[in-house]
Write a protein of this length. Structure first.
Length: 301
């Protein structure tokens, strides 16, 4: 068996029998791609690489390197299978989530501003230890976040789309009754009709004063205007790697609200991601050449 594939990096280990073309998502793709069967999408390069899918008539498998693939599904021709990057971002996102929480709980923006002014003014801060954390989204990324939260001696309540009694996981329908007991809410959710606006004005109002809202999934899970109202009033705080709209316009008031920490959707792209992504791509190519099912196939029914 031989096959032609399209890869984002030249240092992916390619098994025997494969002819590789390369497209990193920048500039124009290479010519003569009609016989490409397997396409590993470039990571974090915007909408152009996915648009190439329609121009690959022999395509059989698309390998995404992101965990969330909801935007890709409508682009797939009939019969093309899609695999996601489940597991690749777990540690990167977990690290960034804890960084956001620590930055907010230990008031790092305040101390960094004082450093610029060369001021030495001391005050005790909040802590993550013993805080009650509501972890909404309990897939592989959520579980990686939980391990770090537990190492920090936080008290974690797990929430998923459906309850799992064997794993002490609450269903999302219970969220309204859980919010009042949370010091910190962490959202690790995809963008789906069920998750959009999950934290709206009523849910945010149910949180106790001074609670911290952390979002490392998709910005659409939170009603931005409702969150802006709560943070502007000083009742809630927020630490956000994702927002709605995204990118956040330069004149959006959320940029300057005290108690809000913003990062530009970079939680998943740390140095640990790339070697893991290249290994997954190589493993998937070997499975393809052996006629085996790819890992992490996304149900398309």
């Amino acid at each position: 068996m031989s096959a032609r594939v399209l890869l984002p990096w030249t240092d992916i280990e390619v098994p025997e029998g494969i002819e590789a073309a390369y497209y990193d998502g920048l500039g124009a793709p290479p010519p003569a791609l009609d016989d490409v069967e397997f396409y590993v999408l470039p990571y974090d390069r915007g909408p152009e690489p996915p648009r190439l899918i329609k121009d690959l008539p022999s395509l059989r498998v698309v390998q995404a390197l992101s965990a969330g693939v909801e935007a890709l599904v409508p682009l797939l021709p009939a019969g093309v299978r899609l695999a996601n990057g489940r597991g690749l971002h777990d540690l990167s996102v977990a690290e960034h989530t804890l960084a956001l929480i620590h930055a907010s709980q230990r008031d790092l923006p305040r101390w960094l501003a004082q450093q610029e002014r060369r001021e030495w003014v001391r005050e005790h801060t909040r802590s993550l230890a013993d805080s009650r954390v509501l972890l909404v989204g309990y897939g592989s990324i959520g579980q990686a976040i939980e391990r770090q939260l537990l190492a920090a001696e936080a008290v974690v309540t797990r929430v998923a789309s459906r309850p799992r009694l064997d794993a002490d996981v609450h269903g999302v329908a219970e969220l309204p009754s859980l919010l009042a007991e949370a010091d910190i809410v962490v959202l690790v959710l995809p963008d789906t009709p069920a998750t959009r606006g999950l934290l709206g004005a009523p849910e945010l109002a149910a949180l106790p004063g001074d609670a911290l809202v952390v979002n490392v999934g998709r910005g659409t899970a939170i009603d931005t205007e409702a969150l802006l109202a709560e943070t502007r009033a000083g009742r809630l705080r927020a630490a956000l790697d994702v927002v709605d709209p995204e990118p956040l316009p330069a004149d959006h008031p959320l940029w300057t609200v005290p108690g809000v920490v913003l990062t530009p959707h970079i939680a998943g792209g740390s140095a640990s991601f790339y070697p893991r992504a290249k290994k997954l791509a190589g493993d998937q190519l070997r499975r393809y050449m052996r006629g085996e099912e790819p890992l992490n196939l996304v149900p398309l029914d």
